[in-house]
Write a protein that binds this ligand. Structure first.
Ligand SMILES: N[C@@H](CCC(=O)N[C@@H](CS)C(=O)NCC(=O)O)C(=O)O
Length: 234
């Protein structure tokens, strides 16, 4: 059976990592059986690309949620996206990139850099760690995130600019969803796994960030998350 390696649940969500939650949601949507081994720090240290999630499937170890989904489609069939036209696939990919390669960095900033985010992120990710590691690792990890944010470019903006950039993504997503049940229409597809992973990680976490407040302005986003939850996590 597929072994899904991901962080332990946090913030009352299946996962506080949008990428981990995306992959778990995809596996549920596709009806593929999987197990989640209990999280240990060594899994992250031993992750093929140093990031979560990754899977082991027999002799195959695959990392990166997108590449894992490609592998799952090639191995077990494309249960979710085969109905889409070429144009719909192009649109879905563009949305995926907006969420994963742009909004993600704004979320990361609000969680790891802004003080009101850090007071929640630190215990959520490092609560099980004992001294002296608990004194050393969290600030080191935070510094690492600041470096990554700087490398991406998002971290070079002011807080106000980062909030504005992330809020525009959220508004665009809400406008695109409109009153459709799923992002690409009547039928769910793998983009919904991505969007649910991100939106639940904004709407249903205790951090009252500018991004969460923006998502809360659009009731269709809450309804969408509730729809995904009741269909795939009942
Ligand atoms: N492109 C990757 C991104 C995965 C990713 O960024 N994972 C983060 C958690 S959200 C992680 O494992 N960070 C740990 C680290 O960088 O040390 C994917 O789609 O899986």
């Amino acid at each position: 059976m597929i072994q899904l390696y991901q962080f332990a649940p946090a913030f009352g969500l299946p996962n506080a990592s949008p990428f981990c939650m995306k992959l778990e949601t995809y596996l549920r949507m596709a009806g593929l059986p999987f197990e989640i081994p209990r999280f240990k720090l060594q899994q992250l240290q031993g992750a093929p690309k140093g990031k979560m999630p990754y899977i082991a499937d027999g002799s195959h170890t695959v990392s990166d949620s997108g590449l894992i989904i490609d592998y799952l489609k090639a191995t077990y069939g494309d249960m979710l996206d085969s109905w889409m036209t070429v144009e719909q696939r192009a649109v879905a990919l563009a949305w995926q990139r907006l969420l994963e390669e742009h909004l993600y960095w704004a979320v990361l900033y609000t969680r790891w850099i802004e003080p009101e985010g850090w007071v929640l992120t630190k215990p959520a990710f490092f609560a099980g760690m004992s001294a002296p590691l608990s004194w050393i690792v969290p600030p080191l990890a935070r510094r690492g995130m600041a470096k990554e944010l700087n490398g991406h470019g998002m971290g070079r903006h002011s807080s106000e600019e980062i909030h504005a950039l992330g809020c525009r993504d959220i508004t665009a997503l809400a406008d695109f969803l409109g009153d459709k049940p799923y992002l690409m229409g009547e039928q769910p597809c793998s983009l919904d796994a991505v969007a649910y992973g991100f939106l639940a990680n904004l709407l249903w976490v205790p951090l009252e960030s500018a991004l969460k407040q923006q998502a809360q302005k659009y009731p269709q986003l809450e309804r969408y998350c509730q729809r995904m939850k009741s269909r795939y996590y009942a």
